[in-house]
Ligand binder design. Sequence first.
Ligand SMILES: CCCCCCCCCCCCCC(=O)CC(=O)SCCNC(=O)CCNC(=O)[C@H](O)C(C)(C)COP(=O)(O)OP(=O)(O)OC[C@H]1O[C@@H](n2cnc3c(N)ncnc32)[C@H](O)[C@@H]1OP(=O)(O)O
Ligand SMILES: NC(=O)C1=CN([C@@H]2O[C@H](COP(=O)(O)OP(=O)(O)OC[C@H]3O[C@@H](n4cnc5c(N)ncnc54)[C@H](O)[C@@H]3O)[C@@H](O)[C@H]2O)C=CC1
Length: 728
Amino acid sequence: MAEYKEIDSVAVIELKNPPANALSKALVTGLNNGVKRAIDNPRIKSIVLIGNGQHFSAGADITEFPRVADVTSKQGVSLLTVGDVIESCNKPVVSAIHGVCFGGGLEIALFSHYRLAVQSAKLGFPEVSLGILPGANGTQRLPRVVGFEVAMDMIVSGKPVSAPQALQYGILDKIVDGDLLTAAVQFAKTLNTVPHDRRLKNVPVPNSENANKHFEEKLAKIKQKQRGYIAPINCLKAVKASVDLPYSEGVTKEFQLFMELMSSAQARGQQYSFFSERAATKWYLSASKNYKVSKDIPVKTAGVIGAGTMGSGIAVSLLTSGIPVILVEQDSKNLERGIELIKSILQGGVKLKRMTQSQMNQILQILQPTTKIEDLQSVDLIIEAVFENLKLKQELFSKLDKICKRDTVLCSNTSTLDIDKIAKSTSRPEKVVGTHFFAPAHIMPLLENVYGNHTSAETIATVMKLSKKIRKIPVLVKTCHGFVANRTFFEYSQELRFVVEEGLLPNEVDDILEDFGMPMGVFKVNDLSGIDVGWRIRQEQAIANGFNLTTNTRYINGERYCAIADKIFQAGRYGRKTGKGWYQYDKPGGRVAMVDPNVNNIILNHCKELGLTRRKISTQEVIERCMFAAINEGFRCLEDGIASKPEEIDTIWLHGFGFPRYRGGPMFYASQVGLRKVYERIKYYQKHFPETSHWIASEMLQRIAESGRNVPISEWTKFNPTPTSSRL
Ligand SMILES: CCCCCCCCCCCCCC(=O)CC(=O)SCCNC(=O)CCNC(=O)[C@H](O)C(C)(C)COP(=O)(O)OP(=O)(O)OC[C@H]1O[C@@H](n2cnc3c(N)ncnc32)[C@H](O)[C@@H]1OP(=O)(O)O
Ligand SMILES: NC(=O)C1=CN([C@@H]2O[C@H](COP(=O)(O)OP(=O)(O)OC[C@H]3O[C@@H](n4cnc5c(N)ncnc54)[C@H](O)[C@@H]3O)[C@@H](O)[C@H]2O)C=CC1
């Protein structure tokens, strides 16, 4: 775990716990033993700590967190005990850093007396994203090096800094070229004693005159931008303690704030999210088709068809990752509009200092706009993002099949349509796959990749790899109408439309959802993605089912239907883009949503026409109805083999819909509420709303609820009554 060796008078202790040298109890014990061995050896004059493999250390071992008792136990060796041993050691200790030096890893480095790093290293405290704070004195030590404001920013944001930035802040003493170990040993040999100010606990916090002001400003920002999250607030309070209290009292305050977080439900949700998004990327269809064994096709050039809302954002994601794009539109007017959209997105990046004007110009050089689909003949991969219309997409794929080279991967950004139906218009269904981006496509992190019955492992591997290359979090699901994201979101939003039909107004529903932690209420989301898009999807589905949808429709094949959204569409209110939808906006494309009495009239008239009596609906009822409807559908996706594990559904909601990370995702939320209760409430709603089939409880949910025990999420799929494949 920690390998000890001697190079002349220098003891070298190598942290070794692949893949990221997480500081497990065993590694910390090994480190402690190594430092003590060096202290006890009179021939040793100084000590170097270095990481084996790709990183110095990714910090404390998160898998050990559930055992909070271990973390806090005074028995055994903790990061704090080894930290004390390092800091009080009379032989200089040098941390030699490469890869990442995160969390507890950075705390070890800050207990050390000197820090060196290679140019590419990254240093930071990401604990806040796990719902905790750097609890091994990081909140008291970092400010003593970098001052209050920088420490506050680093710890509250969790964002790492580069080695050159860390050098500038004084976190690093030196950036070294060439072999890190050789340089560190050479450096260590020049050291004899440990000066007083190299033990950070002896040092006051510099530049702390305006700490109160900075504290108040940051607190206000957190409350506005990270509404509901407790970890950033405790991080901030802990850093402030470094200024307000002597070191010995500051660490006690840090411990108290750390323990508050560690035992919180939010930390459980955030740590679950860390593992669920990694579990979701590990796709598995069979022994010969999975993330471990399947090879991808390198994507050196790409095509995007349709330069509307989605196509332009998709093109930006590809272009900013260095992939040249041929952008195809149906005519030059739409093409011009698409190019302008792309330019305005990039210009936004320049404004926010994410890129320079000259980088933007370079990016535009690898964009080739055209109205000729034939120009796509030799690209490696194409993403189609034209209107949501099956016939149109089939025609397009059939053309692409004839035009493109044989191994071009053909992707559709369809948000609902069956990939198999699109694939069947080609002679290469194995190359056809869904790549479902979320709006705005250049910002939203999720990529829901969708395989059909004929999609090859190579095609899947290609889009999963590409997702990472373009900085997206990929999840692989199986084709069906709406896949996982829209299938579950549909039930959530449908139930909320019913709530509006029964008594609440859109802004009242949105307020409840935003208080629950959603970044935006469902009606604001509808306005953003386009009321016309939703309308088109409903029309498509109705046509596919041989049904004629009108604004008077109340039931479809006996199923309750709410036509208010269609009436909003009929009123020419297409959402933000037209400056009015469920809300009134400051201007077309504007962001400021205002309650519009005209919308309220549409709703009230609708109810009057149908003779519906409106009623008061409680917050609890709203949350239960939308969440439990989505959760029930999530279980059905598992039953149908559309998703293979609950973690996929949760990752989709976290990164596609901005579900609050501290709640883990809808399925994790269900586990926290308790599946027995979720099941009972679903049965209750089924009794009250028998004409809505999403209240028929999933059999899998029923089995778990009736098992009489608290089944952990990792075991839920064992209760699947219809295991469909080997994907479990
Ligand atoms: C009265 C006194 C009593 C004593 C009281 C004592 C109290 C003291 C308490 C001290 C508590 C310490 C507090 C502290 O500072 C806590 C921390 O350090 S929390 C950890 C912070 N670190 C992170 O959040 C880093 C997370 N990891 C990453 O960012 C990335 O994984 C990384 C950049 C390292 C690598 O990224 P990438 O190459 O993309 O690979 P993956 O992300 O897929 O990771 C590969 C693999 O590694 C696993 N892993 C990564 N980090 C950790 C980790 N920290 N712990 C456990 N496992 C980790 C990851 O899950 C992947 O595993 P797979 O199985 O392959 O999916
Ligand atoms: N808007 C959203 O929030 C999301 C939409 N989607 C899906 O993405 C696709 C595109 O949606 P949007 O970008 O919102 O639509 P959009 O209406 O903004 O853009 C579609 C573009 O396709 C172009 N187009 C139409 N036929 C074409 C053809 N034959 N050749 C070349 N270009 C053609 C149109 O001119 C238009 O610019 C749809 O399948 C939609 O369901 C997926 C996720 C989210």
